[in-house]
Design a protein around this ligand. Structure first.
Ligand code: ADP
Ligand code: MG
Length: 355
């Protein structure tokens, strides 16, 4: 899995035994600064995009293959012992409203480099069936974290934040609430040259700028009813910068961006998740203590836990989800939840690059 944060590749070795999921090994492979920059540039229209995209996809596949190699070395398992790699690819455009989403990566090359069957391009089929193609993790959240007697919410805070409502009875609800870490990451990188705000400490040193917060909250995406999904296409520095005034202090802007993430998640829960007994966080944003504290205030009296308590560490839920989705594809079982994505029906997702 490599998500919108562009921090790198998360790889897990997931053993699936019936409805039991066990993580046997994990591996994080950060992107090089050059690859990260190339990917960021590719998010915007530019010269000779097709060729650049193909070349970057090859570099990306080499990075994925390196992650797989290190993961399997650490676990002492041969490539021949692996059923398949579920490879999300790197989203460079997400435009379900125009009928497409693009995750680059070269699955053929990854299959050649590893000798392992690759399942890729998970989102396109759902979009072709009229859905958002996202979020796809709710089906795995349901399989791994659903509880017959409890209404649970999973909040995944990556670059974008998405939630999954797992009621004890009734359909699963899931959608993107808006930015997760992405705007905070972009702002601290621009101001202080750091990739992210460690534990949210910089944000915690600032004050919320109310007029700015209100202006950001006025974005029409937040008022849309689900199904809905978003990405860097909307929430990026070009969205933020025109709304800033020179008198704003940089740390106050960071605090306001944290507040935006927290409030839009809390509002999404209030509006669309009628009753929650338990709320769990996952994704890299779960490490942002200031964000966790703010979410806890907004969502009380329900106590917020981490997905670790449900058996999968916050760092690995999304990667595990794509291993599970690959299994669904190989079993010829659907991977989407039409109630979540808005697709016309359940669909077998992805393409198989067999070995
Ligand atoms: N210690 C930390 N403190 C604050 N934020 C963190 C910390 N560790 C990770 N993050 C955030 O998590 C992000 C990565 O989360 P991840 O779940 O991998 O997102 P994505 O799926 O978009 O790649 C980082 O960009 C950063 O914003
Ligand atoms: Mg990531």
């Amino acid at each position: 899995m490599s998500g919108t944060s562009l921090d790198g590749v998360d790889a897990v070795l997931l053993a699936i035994d019936g409805e039991r999921y066990q993580i046997l090994g994990t591996q994080t492979t950060p992107f090089t600064a050059a690859l990260r920059q190339d990917l960021l540039t590719l998010h915007e229209a530019g010269h000779n995009e097709l060729e650049r995209s193909a070349l970057i996809a090859n570099t990306l596949s080499n990075t994925y293959a390196q992650a797989v190699r290190h993961l399997l070395e650490n676990c002492g398992i041969k490539n021949s012992g692996i059923k398949a790699i579920g490879c999300h690819g790197q989203t460079i455009r997400h435009r379900p409203e125009f009928g497409f989403t693009i995750q680059i990566g070269n699955p053929s090359l990854l299959a050649e480099l590893t000798g392992i069957t690759v399942v890729a391009d998970f989102r396109s089929r759902d979009i072709a069936a009229g859905g958002q193609g996202a979020p796809l993790v709710p089906a795995f959240h349901h399989a791994a974290f659903g509880h017959a007697g409890l209404d649970r919410i999973l909040i995944n805070i990556g670059g974008i934040a998405n939630l999954t409502y797992l009621p004890a009875e009734g359909p699963v609800i899931g959608f993107d609430s808006g930015p997760g870490n992405m705007l905070m990451d972009a702002w601290i990188e621009r101001q202080l040259g750091r990739h992210y705000d460690e534990n949210g400490m910089w944000a915690a040193s600032g004050e919320v700028i109310q007029p700015l917060l209100q202006e950001l909250l006025a974005e029409s995406f937040f008022a849309l009813a689900p199904p809905k999904s978003t990405g860097r296409d909307l929430f990026n520095l070009s969205w933020l910068l025109p709304r800033l005034r020179t008198e704003y202090k940089a740390e106050d802007v960071q605090r306001t961006l944290l507040e935006l993430t927290a409030q839009t998640i809390a509002a999404a829960i209030r509006d669309y998740c009628p009753k929650a007994d338990e709320i769990y966080l996952c994704g890299g944003g779960a490490h942002n203590l200031a964000l966790l504290k703010r979410l806890q205030q907004l969502l009380q009296p329900v106590k917020i836990g981490l997905s670790d308590e449900l058996g999968i560490s916050v760092n690995w839920v999304e990667a595990a989800a794509f291993a599970w989705l690959a299994q669904q594809t190989l079993k010829q079982c659907p991977g989407n939840l039409p109630d979540v994505t808005g697709a016309k029906g359940p669909r077998i997702l992805g393409a198989i690059y067999a070995c």
